[in-house]
Structure formats: C-alpha cells, structure tokens
Design a binder for this molecule. Sequence first.
Ligand code: SAM
Length: 216
Amino acid sequence: MLAAAMTSSIGAIEGPRRVLEVGPGTGPFTKAILRKLRAGDQFDLVEINENFCRTLEKKLLGPYRGKHPRVKIGLHCAPIEEAKLEGPYDVIVCGLPFNNFPPKLMRQIFRRMFALLKENGELVYFEYAGVRVMKGPVLDSAGRARLKRIDAYGKSLRRHHDGKKELVLGNIPPAIAYRLKGERKNSTQAKSTQTKVTGGAKKSSGGRPRRERKSA
Ligand SMILES: C[S@@+](CC[C@H](N)C(=O)[O-])C[C@H]1O[C@@H](n2cnc3c(N)ncnc32)[C@H](O)[C@@H]1O
C-alpha cells in the first residue's frame, strides 16, 4: 500500500520518464516502479549498501533488463550525496529514514535531490506515522532536540515546496507519504500543507510561511 502511494505519480506522466529512487534497500518501492516503466524510460537507483546493491541487481534489475531492453536502468552503489547522476528527473522516490539521520545530513540530501529534480517534478518521501512521538520518551535531550530539528526542517520543506501529505492507514505500521514539488524559479511556493487520508476525508493544516533554512 505504501509502495502504491510512493509511486502513484509516475503513471500520470507522459513518457519518456526519468525516475530516480534513493535508498531502495531490498526493493519494495523498486518493484512498484518497475511495473510502471515503459520503453524509452530511464530509471536510476542509488543505494549506499553494497549487499543491497548485489541483491537488487540479482533479484530485480538483471531479470527486468532481460525482459525490457528498451528501459534504461542504472544502479549506483554510492551515497546520494556523492553519486554521479545527471538530472533532471521527473520523479524522485526517496526511502531514506530521515528520523534516524543527523539534521545536517538530511538538509544536504534534500539539497542534492532538489538539484536533480525537474522544475515542477515530484519528490516523494515517507515516515511512519507518529514515529517522533514514540521515539521521544526513549531518547536523551540531545536526541529529542535532533528530532525537533528534523520535524521543523520537514515542515519547512513542505511549506516551500507545495507539500502534500498522504496518510496510508492500511500500511503496517501506518505511514505518511509526503510529496514535494521541484523548485520553480521566480515564484513563491509557500502554502499550507494539504493532507489526503487514503480512504478518508481531506484536511488542511495552516501555518505561517517561513523561509527555508539553508545551513546547519
Ligand atoms: C529504511 S531503508 C528503505 C528501504 C525501502 N525503501 C523500504 O521501504 O524497505 C533505507 C535504505 O537507504 C539506504 N541509505 C541510507 N543512507 C543512504 C544514502 N546516503 N544514500 C543512498 N542510500 C542510503 C540504506 O542502505 C537502506 O537500504
């Protein structure tokens, strides 16, 4: 269910499409992306872990290439901060667990992803619902301060990139997919974040637009 939410915009784009997946791990989103690709599309994956890269290549990408020679697929076994990639991409699907990351690294990674995203393209990432609330009590004060900065940066991104939330209640555990728009030059994108609840009502969370912080 989460994979469907994370990849839903790919089908709506007229081809040829360029799709990037960041942090595929064992490939739950990769499988959903591969099902949507057509001849002429390009799909790049960036995964830091060599074991996951080997498994992805052997179990998913190699067999897929054999059957779909006209889809270009590139697996980059590297951190997204350093991977040799050429944008722009129509869609970036990001599976990185930002609640475990230092805020500075999270900002660095989002800057890289926005640099690779097409103007008006879509960057989609996720987190498990309530994860920061659940982690808070078991962390020390430095850990809680880190989570607060992660939360604030996420909110700032969503205000400045026309953020949309999709609550995927059917996922175990429930998760939230966040969609951000690529950077449009010469226009203000600050808006409140709209929330879609899969199978439920729409809600809007207001908020005063704030300038996105550029550095630590
Ligand atoms: C939580 S897993 C997500 C995997 C998958 N999307 C899922 O939902 O099961 C995150 C993956 O991101 C990879 N990763 C972590 N930091 C990364 C980075 N800086 N660049 C690329 N991949 C990274 C990890 O090795 C891991 O496979």
